[in-house]
Design a protein around this ligand. Structure first.
Ligand code: ADP
Ligand code: MG
Length: 600
């Protein structure tokens, strides 16, 4: 083999592979350039999922005629001079690679006029080589048209996803930038159809409505918070996050931005998910749009060619900032899911299964949403449900000597029990149905967590000497975790090979058979070690609460129901059980009136 230096165009194509992976990456780079050029309006036209044509037109400052050619050279940039600039970066671009890369794998036509110049320039490049150049009259700003993407790299073409996937990716790129730059007006057209439009009002709320729909937005709460790092630098987090009744089956709607840049970050995504701990069921994920702002020297944006990932100097502070801000916002607003209207099916008169559902079906509206053109301005005008805790400030004194915790639910009057499973109650705002088991789990969980780690009195010593037998692996696992189990309230003593005596159990299990919980502990110990899972302690505590809670099918006396409701009224997060399932469904007086035809 002879070692040879690669010709320039091959080098360019190889390099292009890093930055221009797919049509959506071209859109991203061009839009970033338009934003960096101080545009207030950016128009994006796409056809054939970006393979046939991508055209981005902006009203930014434009490029001087004598610099246009240079803009297409590799490592040509107006944004960075010395390496230290990286840590003061205010612009989205800095690598000077995008235009060169895009041009090397497509046909590019650029028309630009710098705002200080009289005439503009039209330049055409084919596979990176200049094919045509002429002076033209043009409005100030820049239009770049990219055609026949990857025409000279057939291998890359083969790897492209379907046209529809690309179209969706492009919508996702544009909506994200629109959120990060609410004062810029974005219009996206694909195959002659308007896909998305933002008003450029400067309000993030407007863009969220325009991108995700009013229904989704109504189920989100405003997030705002900040954290001070060890060196005194401030990380601010703001945006919107879904209330627990709005969720999705994947994480794709957790959108994170750092200093105006959409980023991917597994750890921060997890911070958001954790903020919903015990509020969302397993496998359900929130919707969140979060802007993270911190001093530029705290972030390294140069870790990824497409700049999709960043590195934080103090990742922990950022993690805490995100988690705390979201948690505070969501807990403050968690509310009883209202039973949705249309309880009876219009045609058949049978109860529709979704009528009492507590879930806002967020995914379904997006397709139509893209056609929406709402020019709403004032974020205050969007109707929002009031958190119940606000209209129930008057606390009634609770049992003997317990300091009255603030009320998180209105005062509810128990009416009765249905199917030995649900409690029917009346409140100021209508009818409430409470799942007795889920509600009791929530109560026990919060009680447990309040005392956990502070005292030892939670252990109830058992009189008999019940023994449990495990497999050798399980026994080994238990043996290594006896201290942890003791902290939760389980006193287990080794007793012969793979066998343990139960000497004590958490006090709340006093009345139930501990065997079931104890036998499943090894399973929790096993799972809890995997990243992304709840901690072992948490899993076991959840199991204990589940076991101790009243079951469905158990008939309760009026007093028992009243006591349960009173305790639920004081829970910090009364609306979901610790597994994230709803504890309460609410049908408002209005909904009742509507269903009974009393409202027209
Ligand atoms: P980078 O953005 O990293 O600087 P690019 O290859 O994307 O590199 O762009 C090269 C240069 O071309 C930019 O630094 C900028 O000066 C100029 N440029 C590109 N697009 C535009 C635009 N839409 N408006 C004004 N200038 C632009
Ligand atoms: Mg750029």
């Amino acid at each position: 083999m002879v070692i040879e230096i690669l010709p320039d165009d091959v080098v360019a194509q190889i390099a292009a592979g890093e930055v221009v992976e797919r049509p959506a990456s071209v859109v991203k780079e061009l839009v970033e350039n338009s934003i960096d050029a101080d545009s207030t309006s950016i128009h994006i036209e796409v056809s054939g999922g970006g393979r046939r044509l991508i055209r981005v037109t902006d009203n930014g400052h434009g490029i001087h005629t004598d610099e246009v050619e240079r803009a297409f050279l590799r490592h040509a940039t107006s944004k960075l001079r010395i390496i230290d600039d990286l840590y003061r970066m205010q612009t989205l671009g800095f690598r000077g690679e995008a235009l060169a890369s895009i041009a090397s794998v497509s046909h590019v036509t650029l028309v630009t006029r710098h705002k200080a110049d009289q005439t503009g320039l039209r330049l055409r490049l084919e596979g990176g080589r200049i094919a045509q150049q002429q002076a033209v009259g043009a409005p100030s700003g820049t239009t770049i048209t990219v055609e026949n993407l990857f025409f000279n790299t057939p291998a890359r073409l083969k790897f492209l996803k379907s046209e529809n996937t690309e179209k969706r990716q492009i919508v996702s790129v544009i909506t994200r930038y629109a959120m990060a730059y609410p004062h810029i007006r974005f219009v996206l057209e694909q195959d002659g159809r308007e896909n998305f439009r933002s008003s450029g009002s400067g309000q993030l709320a407007d863009v969220v409505v325009q991108a995700l729909g009013l229904e989704t937005f109504k189920n989100m709460v405003e997030v705002g918070g900040q954290e001070i790092g060890s060196d005194g630098s401030i990380t601010a987090v703001y945006g919107y996050a879904s209330m627990p009744n709005l969720h999705r089956t994947d994480r794709t709607r957790i959108m994170l931005f750092v200093n105006g840049r959409a980023i991917q970050d597994t750890s921060l995504t997890y911070a958001v998910i954790q903020a919903y701990h015990t509020l969302l069921m397993n496998g359900k994920y929130p919707v969140a749009i979060l802007m993270i702002e911190l001093p530029t020297q705290e972030v390294d944006v140069n870790v990824h060619p497409t700049k999709a990932e960043v590195r934080f100097r103090d990742g922990n502070t950022v993690f805490v900032a995100v988690q705390r801000a979201v948690r505070t916002a969501v807990i403050g607003h968690a509310q009883t899911p209202a039973m949705r209207g249309g309880y009876y099916n219009a045609q058949g008169g049978t109860a529709s299964s979704s009528a009492w559902s507590s879930t806002a079906h967020e995914g379904q509206e997006t397709a139509n949403q893209l056609d929406m053109d709402l020019s709403l301005r004032d974020p205050g005008q969007y109707p929002r449900q009031q958190p119940i805790s606000q209209n129930a400030a008057t606390a009634i004194p609770e049992g003997m000597g317990t300091p009255a915790k603030p009320r998180t639910l209105p005062v509810l009057r128990v009416v009765g029990q249905v199917g030995a499973t649900y409690i029917v109650a009346e409140g100021p705002a209508g009818l409430y149905l409470i799942d007795q088991h889920a509600a009791h789990e929530r109560i026990l969980y919060e009680q447990f967590m309040d005392t956990y780690g502070q005292e030892r009195q939670m252990t109830q010593h058992t009189l008999g000497s019940q023994t449990v037998n495990f497999s050798p692996e399980e026994a080994h696992l238990l043996e290594g975790n006896l201290d942890l189990l003791r902290a939760i309230g389980f006193t287990l003593e080794p007793f012969g090979p793979n066998t343990f005596v139960i000497r004590g159990v958490p006090a709340i299990l006093a009345d139930s058979d501990p065997l079931e919980v104890v036998s499943s502990i090894p399973q929790d110990l096993e799972l809890g070690k995997k990243p992304g899972h709840e901690s072992v302690e948490d899993k076991i505590i959840l199991r204990v609460c589940k076991q101790a809670a009243v079951k469905a099918g158990q008939i309760l006396s009026l007093r028992e129901m009243q006591s349960l409701i009173q305790q639920l009224e004081r829970c910090r997060s009364p609306h979901t059980c610790p597994h994230g399932r709803p504890t309460i469904l609410h049908m408002t007086s209005d909904q009742l009136a509507r269903e009974f035809g009393r409202m027209h």
